[in-house]
Each structure stands twice: as C-alpha cells, then as structure tokens.
Ligand binder design. Structure first.
Ligand SMILES: [Cu+2]
Length: 276
C-alpha cells in the first residue's frame, strides 16, 4: 500500500549521503593527486620502475574507485524512497561475469607489466664485481659486515656472538679471512656501484627496509637471503626494521650513506682502523 505523500521524504537524507560520498571521493583523489603524503624520491633505477608501476596501479584503481563512489551516490539519490514498493531481483549474471573478467584482466595485466622489475630483484643475482655486504639483524640492531681487503668473509660462530665484547656477529679470529672483516653499525656504499646484500638474522624475523631504495626484505633466522641494488644519489637514508620484532622494535634503525668512491675508500680505512 502506498503511504501518503507527507510520510515520504528521504530526499534530504539521500541527498546528504550522496553529497558526502562525492565530497569524500574528491578529497581522497586530491590527497593522492597533490601527493600530500608521499614517499621520498627513489634513488635506484629499479625504484623508478617500482614507482611507475605504483602510479599505473593507482590510476587504474583510482578510476574504478571514483566510478564506483559516484555510481553509489547516484544510486542512493535516484532510488530513494518515493513511497514506492521495494523491488527485488536476483542479480545479473552478465554483469557478474563482466566485472570478474575485467578484474582478472587488470590484475594479470598489471602483473605482466611489472614482471621485469620483479625478476630483476628476485630471480636475477647481483652481477660479477658487486660489493658484498652481509647484514645481520638482531634484537634490536643492525650489523653490517664488509669482507675487507681480501674480499672474503671470514668464519663466524654463533657461540662467539657477543655484542658487549664488540663481536656482534661472532667473528672467529682464528680464521685468517675473518681478521680483516669490518663490522659496522651503519652502512656505507659507493654511489653507482652495485651492492649485493646477504641478509641474515640471529634471533627472530626482522625486515630490512630503506624507503628510498624501494627495498624491503625479511631477515629470517636460518636463511641467507640475497638482494642487490645500485644507488645513484649520494645522501643519508634511514634503515628501518619493518617487522614487529619485539619490545625494542621501535629503536631498531640505522643509516645508509651513499657516498663517492674515494669517500667510501676512506670510510673503509677508518672502519679498519676502528676495528683494530
Ligand atoms: Cu627488527
């Protein structure tokens, strides 16, 4: 039975909600468009590729988001209460198939687009001549080991690990190759030279994360995980632990300094002197 006209009138509510949706959508788009909260500039070629992929994904999902919100606003206003009888229908198979297919095509398409960038990091190793740096994560610090002049990492033993005696990674001093190894609490790399990371953990799962490298990799106990990058912009960048690893997680950070080759040589010499 139809209600009397004075009892109708969800127009105000429907309009208010529709306007709210449109406003919320416009504000959201503006926040991304104006890059109000954005990541710092990338400092590797791969970082730029990742950013390009991010923008592609953001534009495609952004268009879908705006269309869906505007569509919802229109539907809310158009189908408001006119005092009419509610209609019921079972759904629309054609539409279901269409938007499932569209989602699959977009998802797979984006994946194919990014496969090169992904493969460069995860399937291809560092090239010959890359500078190896071993990263050992522990609660709640980062240790960076350089092989020293002999280019070889010396033996380590878990039972020798002792931060208080200045041996945080357990270097075995009876091994000749271990004698010139450098262990530092901060990381330095030469600009423009490829670096091979060997990421380990002494206790729980941590995550090595440098925003500007667009690189985030878990450090997993019992595993040696290889990553590689070439930094192209000198500067200081924060290294954070991106895995909640215990009560001191918040203070588990360090610095990555990208410097010129001569500055790097000098830095290594200074570290050698400090280690002796
Ligand atoms: Cu951690």
């Amino acid at each position: 039975m139809l209600r009397r006209s004075t009892e109708r009138g969800s127009t105000t509510v429907a309009l208010a909600f529709a306007v709210f949706l449109v406003l919320m959508t416009v504000i959201t788009v503006y926040i991304f468009w104006a890059k109000v909260w954005w990541f710092p500039p990338a400092i590797t070629d791969l970082g730029h590729e990742i950013d390009a992929q991010f923008m592609r994904t953001l534009i495609i999902t952004g268009v879908v988001f705006v269309a869906a919100q505007f569509g919802l606003a229109i539907a809310i206003f158009k189908f408001r209460d006119h005092g009419q009888k509610a209609a019921y229908f079972e759904g629309n198979n054609t539409m279901e198939i269409l938007w499932t297919l569209a989602t699959v095509v977009l998802f797979v398409g984006l994946g194919l687009y990014a496969r090169n960038a992904w493969a460069q990091v995860h399937f291809m190793g560092a090239s010959e001549g890359a500078l190896p740096i071993e990263i050992t994560a522990q609660q709640f610090a980062w240790n960076f080991r350089y092989a020293g002049p002999d280019g070889k990492f010396g033996r380590t033993k878990p039972e020798l690990v002792s931060a208080s005696t200045g041996n945080p990674v357990g270097l075995d001093s009876t091994d000749a190759a271990a004698k010139d190894d450098i262990v530092a609490p901060v990381m330095a790399v030469p600009v423009g030279r490829e670096v091979e990371l060997i990421i380990r953990s002494q206790d729980v799962t941590h995550s090595f994360y440098v925003r500007e490298l667009r690189l985030k990799q878990d450090a997993v106990p019992g595993m040696e995980i290889h990553m590689h990058f070439t930094a192209t912009v000198p500067g200081d960048y924060e290294i954070a632990c991106a895995e909640l690893c215990g009560l001191g997680h918040y203070r588990m950070h360090s610095m990555l300094t990208v410097m010129s080759e001569p500055d790097f040589e000098k830095w290594v010499k200074d570290q050698e002197a400090a280690n002796q």
